[in-house]
Design a protein around this ligand. Structure first.
Ligand SMILES: [Zn+2]
Length: 111
């Protein structure tokens, strides 16, 4: 399948930031949280450890809603509906080399 271009986002939005902090709190091994924005407005997040492996379950949520939308319930946030994705790093951030490795592994290997 052809790779889809997804522009990088700079930083989490307010609601995302709160979720990121909650996930980091529950995942002591995490160096950051992958944030995946879907075109329907739902979000997918997962803590990532030093090796670029998942350090938590994948969490899906929707701002100001009790549950994710119907479409996500059906396709679990299909990759082709991703509108934006990035990693929100825990401070202190890993070095540049580690960050690039993790980004390539976590965000670059999909699709
Ligand atoms: Zn959705």
């Amino acid at each position: 399948m052809a790779k889809k271009f997804i522009p990088p986002a700079a930083s989490p939005e307010k609601g995302e930031q709160a979720m990121v902090e909650g996930i980091l709190e529950g995942s002591p091994d995490a160096v950051g949280v992958a944030v995946i924005r879907l075109d329907c407005g739902c979000r997918k997040m997962a803590a990532i450890n030093q090796s670029g492996e998942p350090a938590s379950k994948i969490i899906m949520y929707r701002d100001n809603a009790e549950s994710i939308c119907e479409q996500c319930q059906n396709d679990h946030g299909d990759y082709f509906r991703v509108s934006n994705q990035f990693i929100s790093w825990k401070t202190p951030e890993p070095d540049q080399y580690t960050k690039e490795m993790i980004i390539a592994k976590v965000l670059g290997s999909q699709g």
